[in-house]
Write a protein that binds this ligand. Sequence first.
Ligand code: C2E
Ligand code: MG
Ligand code: MG
Length: 713
Amino acid sequence: MRAEEQGEWSPADPNEVGLREAVRRAMYDASYPQAIDGVGCLLLDADCALRYAAASDTAAETLEVAEEVCVEGPCHEAFAGEEVTYADVQGENRWERLSALLATSPIRTVIGVPVLLDGRSIGALNAYAALPHAWERADFDGLHRAADAVAVLIGRALDDRLDDRGDELTAQLRGAVANRDRVRRAADVVMDSTGLPRPIALLRLRQLAAASDQSTVAVAEQVITGEGLPSASLLAAQAEAIREARQETARLAITDPLTGVANRALFLDHLAQALARAKRTGRHPAVVFLDLDRFKTINDSLGHAAGDEVLRTIAVRLEEQVRAQDTVARLGGDEFAVLYDAPSRPEVIEHLAKRLADAVARPIELSIPVAGANPEQTHQVAVQASLGIAIAEWEERREPAEILRDADMAMYDAKTSGGNRMRTFSDQVREAGHRVMNIELALRSTLLGSDAPSRGDGEAAPEGLRLVYQPIVELGTGRIDSLEALVRWSHPDLGDVGAQELVTAAENAGLITRLGDVLLRDACAAASRWRAGPGGDEVIVAVNVSPLQFAESGFVDTVERALGLAGLDASHLCLEMTESQMLAAGGTTLDTLHALHELGVRLTIDDFGTGYSSLSYLAELPLDRIKLDRTFVAGLTPGSRGDSVARAVIGLGRSLELETVAEGIETDQQARYVIDLDCQLAQGYLYGQPVEAEQVPELLRAGPLRTNVTPVV
Ligand code: C2E
Ligand code: MG
Ligand code: MG
């Protein structure tokens, strides 16, 4: 296409024709309903080359200049008369030269349309967004209007030059300019009566025109003369809808889409404001960080839809617990945070946090069908949370993110102490955080480090890392039925590392499978030795298995190998898994349980009553035992929650033909209580503390463990 075919156009100074201003305005015109981050324009010159003409900002300018220099890109394509869309120009490699230049630009989505003057293409207009995939086909309308505006402006420049020729083009352009002025006056009227900004007022006029099948100029005329004023209320209603839509967009950027509560950004913003106020008032805002315990198991076993419903329910419950000036946020995954704007004292905030924990712990009735379960049946889940509290001392001029991190650290401390509890941030918590980190490091070097290069089968556990064994006795006779292996670690620098601390650190460091395998082999080897001694032939060793270890694909092989190496019959090994991991028995987990059961290994649910109830599932699992969690045993008084849970669990065990073990029996009174409830087995300090492996043969030889409690016949 030669320049002559385009008319007498040659590029005027963009400033002279007001092109730059027009492009900027075009951007606002094109920006509704979708936000556009920039607009730029290339125009044809007398030599039929596309030259940079104007841009709304530097990013757009860079794009247009790059297109001019490279002689390729979206504007060149649009100039050919087509609408072009690039959902993401970053990574677009069809351009030989332009692609490399775009790599350093913030521009992602680009759309382009031709600038048409009297039906002929005289250039192109690009709009860009800093987000990829920002627009769809419908968004071209705004850009076309902008291109028309640019064309009118150029036409007017031409018009001036061609005035004396009285050319038809000039007349058309004059008409267009007059029409545009009319539409603008109408927009002024709309702006006055609705308070809308000009671009939206213009858009409303066009929409009214489309809705009433008239031209925009005709509608503008009615608005100016007052005839169209009844439609002012319509305009107002539309304006309201637009405002709501914009508020909604703004809301989406600061709220969590799943639950509708604030997101992290909004939470930090509110916290910053609360801190600024605290400076004046001297009242300290507080942050409570909540992380659900074992939420992953809910997702894995009941499906993501169920997980989502749990999260939504919890968000609603948290909102119910706080005042209007407080903020509830979901920070991601199963993490929530609550900002209390200026509570008065630490005791108060602890009380408030306790209410949050209680609200979370109330059983949740799922309304959606649960994956793999009978759709007729309603499903109840109970979730618990670990909570961390941080109170912001404004004197320290703290950053909001730091306070959130303190609360997170306190939460982590609560979690590593077993979960379902809360901690307030303190120097001790900080130290505990460091300790966890040090434990992870030490564990890594012990299990993987140069001092323990490769652990072949049959090797003993590394120095200081060992199992101790606690008897589980038959209630009534005192016969030792089994010994539960509990891990201990005496470390030269870290001192004694508790089981819960160690297991959590190993899980976090991705070392639990490695650790678990070593311990399983140790336990099997120990049981095999005991069996050879007096009173040991029936003994069973009970080994705790972490959910992560259990989920490993080769777990059944690992168990078989450990048994084989030790020469131990599978019936002398019992694996303990917590309630929630057993209930994760969808698909492969259930297969693993059955495979273990077929091997002859016994299976126990540990800490029963603390997970979430799904009793129909339970009946399908190949179980041998349930262990009633010691928190219920500790609270065993008639009519108490402990009492009702204990009764329910023991009753459930009976009906499923499972043995029940009462954990944490410390007193004669507790023993008597569970005997009366018809519980068969017990474990606890009353019968014995965990002992070293070498002491077990002595225990077994000594025969039944006597206590003052005898069964009521
Ligand atoms: P668990 O399996 O429920 O083990 C019982 C815990 O209760 C043990 O704590 C035991 O020392 C404690 N206990 C026993 N009798 C009483 C009592 O009468 N009163 C009180 N207050 N506590 C009693 P421990 O050894 O600290 O272990 C804590 C948890 O760590 C275990 O709970 C288990 O879940 C986990 N764990 C322990 N060893 C291992 C292991 O080798 N592998 C894995 N994966 N987890 C382990
Ligand atoms: Mg256990
Ligand atoms: Mg337990």
